[in-house]
Design a protein around this ligand. Structure first.
Ligand code: FMN
Length: 249
């Protein structure tokens, strides 16, 4: 490792993936002229520079390009790159970091008989036996009160043919207008719960609320599954759904 980045003959370029060095390349130093090096290394899409030392101005140019500069490094370059690779993950934002996030439509009915549907991403299976799912609803949603007072909801799995409707129902509140009529959303009564199912969705999961937890922004409603409807073409003789055939959004 050279003492100063400007006076080295060659650069060792490493490519790192998931903490391992997967490629190593030697590149001639194009020569030390102010401003030449930052552009040269930027074109190589360098994310980090490990070097002995670097003048303040050059360092500022690199960091303004989002390149991480580590100085004060000495010793064997391969070993240094290995060590850096192990710690190369970056800290990232914490919000909605469990991905891919499901995209479902939750349908519900208030005690006055009013129907509604909203898009939900905060949801998941939460018990295998008895079968249960949970959906997270923000208390300010118009649907929230309906689920709270009726104690039931339907989770509708959505395929790509319903994308436009999904986006609309997830960006418009029934409080501001009849979004179901606006998108010609077809509804049918549930078999076991007092909430509608969406027959244009391939799978509809009828649930009774058995518990709820206010986790923070969302109230997670735990629903015991009472009945599952699925398009006949996806269901085998034992009632298993072939989810691989559904073109989920
Ligand atoms: C991809 C996507 C995921 C969403 N996930 C949730 C969610 O998990 N919980 C929630 O309360 N709202 C969620 N929303 C927002 C609601 O669907 C949206 O605010 C909707 O307009 C509420 O309708 P309502 O007021 O008629 O109940 C999501 C929206 C989108 C587009």
């Amino acid at each position: 490792m050279s003492k100063d980045i400007g006076c080295c003959d060659t650069f060792l370029i490493f490519e790192e993936k998931r903490g391992r060095i997967i490629m190593r390349q030697i590149i001639e130093n194009p020569g030390y002229k102010p401003d030449l090096l930052p552009g040269f290394l930027d074109r190589l899409k360098i994310e980090a520079i490990l070097c002995g030392s670097m003048d303040e101005l050059t360092m500022q140019v690199f960091t303004s390009k989002g390149i991480n500069v580590v100085t004060g490094v000495s010793g064997n370059a391969d070993r240094i790159a290995d060590q850096y690779a192990i710690t190369s993950k970056k800290q990232a934002n914490m919000k909605s970091c469990l991905q891919p996030m499901p995209k479902v439509l939750v349908s519900c009915r208030g005690l006055n008989g009013e129907n509604n549907v909203l898009a939900v991403g905060y949801c998941g299976n939460c018990s295998y036996d008895p079968p249960m799912v949970m959906v997270g609803i923000v208390p300010t949603r118009y649907s929230y009160q309906m689920v709270k007072e009726s104690g039931c909801f339907v989770v509708n799995l959505v395929d790509k043919s319903y994308r436009e409707t999904f986006d609309y129902l997830g960006s418009h509140s029934k409080r501001d207008g009849d979004k179901l009529t606006a998108m010609n959303v077809r509804l049918q009564d549930g078999k076991k719960v007092n909430a509608p199912i969406l027959p244009d969705c391939p799978v509809n999961i009828e649930c009774k609320v058995v518990d709820s937890i206010v986790t923070g922004s969302h109230e997670m409603f735990i629903g015991r599954i009472e009945y599952v409807h699925a398009d006949a073409k996806f269901v085998d003789l034992e009632g298993n759904i072939d989810f691989s055939q559904i073109d989920f959004i």
